[in-house]
Design a protein around this ligand. Structure first.
Ligand code: KIV
Ligand code: NA
Length: 279
């Protein structure tokens, strides 16, 4: 398929065709997402938890994001790639943010970057976009600010906070963002924001009135042990954990019982050679 560009995304938006986005954190997870035909692949800093076993996204370093971005970029032939700027690499000043964005493109090999924040990030978004790097904004629930938000809480439930979501959306659009992620906001608010904007909204926990949707791949694949907490908005489309468990346990059983490897998995030696060798 033809590689998705910023123009492809604009065309989808104009045609009112939903934009599909999923996270990936390494070569195999990007490979399958790209082959499945996703429009966009996000190297989210959620990889801190799902790929690196960290407690939250605040721990992941630029160098780690770059390594994961590069492996995703190598697998991605069709989808438009986005890399998350990790916490601490863009908040200090627009110049710092641009420097980080350039590293993501040059070393991480992604086509665009995502950063969290609304009105207060407008000068930063403008700085990066005018340097020629597309910016995906991220407002509503911004996980890097979980300590300031008092946890993972739905944003925009009151009139005042819904107005803040709208003001943030308008500000990031005005600053040049090519699209905006709306995370954990009431469907009514997300739909209204989508109507008010002239750039696509990508929803996660924001109802079906957005211009597109994003999910964390490992969550939607069900690639985690039973009993893990999942946010309300996650739909589990598969059960990769069960399939992996089944296969690995079957392997274990067959090794223990010497059923594996069977003759068809084995290299034989010609009989006459072996008798020579045996002597
Ligand atoms: O890090 C991430 O995976 C994200 C998406 C959930 C939007 O930011
Ligand atoms: Na993120």
């Amino acid at each position: 398929r033809k590689p998705v560009t910023i123009n492809t995304l604009q065309t989808l938006y104009r045609k009112n065709e939903p934009i599909t986005m999923i996270t990936a954190h390494d070569f195999p997870s990007a490979h399958v997402a790209d082959h499945a035909g996703m429009d966009m692949i996000l190297v989210g800093d959620s990889l801190a938890m799902v790929a690196l076993g960290m407690e939250d996204t605040s721990e992941v370093l630029m160098e780690e994001m770059l390594l994961h971005c590069r492996s995703v970029a190598r697998a991605t032939k069709g989808a438009f790639t986005v890399g998350d700027l990790p916490m601490g690499t863009y908040e200090i000043a627009p110049e710092q943010a641009l420097e980080s964005a350039i590293r993501m493109v040059k070393e991480g090999r992604v086509k665009s970057i995502k950063l969290e924040g609304g009105q207060e990030m407008a000068p930063t978004i403008r700085k990066i976009t005018t340097a020629g790097i597309p910016v995906l904004a991220h407002i509503g629930l911004t996980p890097q600010r979980q300590n300031a938000l008092g946890g993972f809480r739905v944003q925009g439930k009151s009139t005042a906070s819904a107005l803040k979501v709208l003001d943030d959306a308008l500000a990031v659009q005005e600053a040049g963002a090519f699209a905006v992620v709306l995370e954990a906001v009431p469907a009514e608010v997300a739909a209204l924001v989508t109507q008010e904007l002239s750039i696509p909204t990508i929803g996660i926990g924001a109802g079906n009135g957005c211009s597109g949707q994003v999910l964390v791949q490992i969550d939607m694949l069900g690639n985690f042990p039973p009993g893990r907490f999942l946010p309300k908005f996650v739909k589990q489309y598969g059960n990769v954990w069960n399939e992996s468990m089944r296969a690995i346990q079957a392997y274990k059983t067959e090794v223990k019982s010497r059923t594996y490897p069977a003759p068809e998995h084995t290299y034989p030696m010609p009989k006459d050679e072996f008798s020579e060798f045996e002597r």
